[in-house]
Write a protein that binds this ligand. Structure first.
Ligand code: ZN
Length: 190
């Protein structure tokens, strides 16, 4: 099976998460101990008061890696322990899902796509949603609203039944995006 588009996303998601981890390493805070995958280097002594932003990033990294581990073990219960380095986690996921049924590969791609968006949003890069088409009207013009944690469609003709703007979670965008990719791959294959 060809996964040209999604493999680019894999790399992107890995890079972005590594970037977040790097940020965390450079801004050490008092936090949960034992983040062995972050770094083997000694951590700065935790004397600063905890910064909420950094703790959010730590939680985000934790949750992302746990989700990748869940997908991997669902695909292959014999996958073994999660690798310590972030980049290796993505390779581990790829290796263990390479021959999985389409349904699992699609779930993997959707998770990776969503995580790539989440990592960007966590780093304050709200423009990451701009190149994505609105799942309803298929035009460009999504804008991220951080307070709502939703991407809103700025197409004035694209409204809900009661006339409100359409809002999308990152999960909904990822789902629609991977589904559209799969469809176009199937069309190309026939
Ligand atoms: Zn729209």
């Amino acid at each position: 099976m060809h996964h040209t588009d999604s493999s680019t996303d894999d790399g992107n998601a890995a890079k972005r998460l590594a970037h977040l981890a790097q940020y965390y390493r450079e801004h050490p805070v008092t936090g949960p101990a034992g983040h062995s995958y972050i770094s083997s280097e000694p951590r700065a002594t935790a004397t600063n008061p905890a910064a909420p932003l950094n703790l959010t990033v730590v939680d985000h990294i934790d949750a992302s890696l746990k989700e990748l581990a869940d997908v991997t073990r669902e695909a292959n219960p014999q996958a073994g322990p999660i690798p310590k380095r972030i980049q290796d986690v993505y390779q581990w996921l790829a290796d263990n899902t390479a021959n999985s049924p389409e349904q699992i590969q699609q779930r993997r791609d959707t998770v990776l796509y969503r995580q790539r968006l989440e990592h960007a949003i966590a780093a304050g890069e709200y423009k990451v949603v701009r190149p994505i088409r609105c799942p309803a009207c298929r035009t460009l013009g999504l804008m991220w609203r951080q307070t709502m944690q939703r991407a809103v469609c700025t197409n004035g003709n694209c409204t809900t039944k009661d006339g409100g703007t359409r809002r999308w979670t990152l999960a909904a965008l990822a789902h629609a995006q991977i589904e559209a990719q799969q469809k176009s791959q199937r069309v190309r294959a026939t």
